[in-house]
Design a protein around this ligand. Sequence first.
Ligand SMILES: *Cc1c(COP(=O)(O)O)cnc(C)c1O
Length: 397
Amino acid sequence: MNKEIYMQHSDAALLHTYNRFPVVFDHGEDVYLYDTDGKKYLDFAAGIAVMALGYSNAKYKSALKNQIDKLTHTSNLYYNVPIMEAAEKFLKVTGMDRVFFTNSGAEANEGAIKAAKKYAYTRDGHTDHEIIAMNHSFHGRTLGALAVTGTEHYREPFEPLMGGIRFADFNDLESVRAQITDKTCAIMLETVQGEGGIYPATQEFMDGIAAICKEKDILLILDEVQCGMGRTGKMFAWQHYGIKPDIMTSAKALGCGVPVGAFAMTQRVAKLSLEPGDHGSTYGGNPFVGAAVSTVLDIMEEEHIVDHVNEMSAYFSEQLDQVAASYDFITAHRGIGLMQGLVSEKPVGTIASECLQEGLIVISAGSNVIRMVPPLVIEKKHVDEMIEKLRNVLDRI
Ligand SMILES: *Cc1c(COP(=O)(O)O)cnc(C)c1O
């Protein structure tokens, strides 16, 4: 079958919730993807910030294969060793005290919301608590995660959603203060807004939020699904700020291609929060994903991935500054680590399509941002290759 046929069959069978680019990927190697026609693409999207180790990490692949041969699933009615190892390693890199593994980022955020609500319920003995979330945030597509997602048109068809959510402006402390009531139990935000257009939280905003939370016993929930796992040059983006969340979530690069997420919390929250009967997941944290998370965390440490991100991102960012300076319609460049965006006045969908033609994968964020979230293992030569391809596209559109 050729590409057109694969696309027709897919479009006829899969629910039409995505407008896909006309490309059928077949396999990956290093930081490149190959389509079914054998065309090679430099991957600066990494499956939306998932494939942090690229496509050819031998240790990762053999750990998964070994675990498949041994045991993939048992349910959470029993203990298993890979998830115990994954949990201990995750707590070590986050400084959290308790973790629950989920199957996605949305589910991690669902769990975080439940954990915060349960904490407040145990503390206060009533249930009418409120959560402050941010405009232009993205926390996932399930109903609870959707309720805290700050894009009206994502939410509207599904209302009424979970109540008690108030929206404030990201990086605007006064707007957050204005939404606080005596019912506020949590403030939830992405440390770096991803889908919203690559906006890192400012130091001042984070300091202010942390101070408010401390003063009023409001829980700080940080969504690190996209910006965590080394991407910004720290294991978790909040570690840049000298603050610490009460609850945090992870997914995307946590399993590097295996569907897994996590929400974790401090002991102070855990001891008043979810108990047996309050939460669960059949798959959540099974031995297969446990092996993936445990191995990813080992590799990140052994291969000094975070140091590598810091080395690469200085060069990457400098190159993107030069691109931004060369084209009138690129009006801004922002980002942190290997999470970078170029703001474009020309349609980003067209740019992403043209890049594909050129053999380069980039994605959009918000309505006007070209988003680059490459594998964390890229080298200088890949940045150079990306810049050359990107310039070819920007020159001709
Ligand atoms: C992708 C993303 C999610 C949702 O994760 P899924 O695995 O798609 O459910 C949540 N929060 C942020 C910040 C994300 O980038």
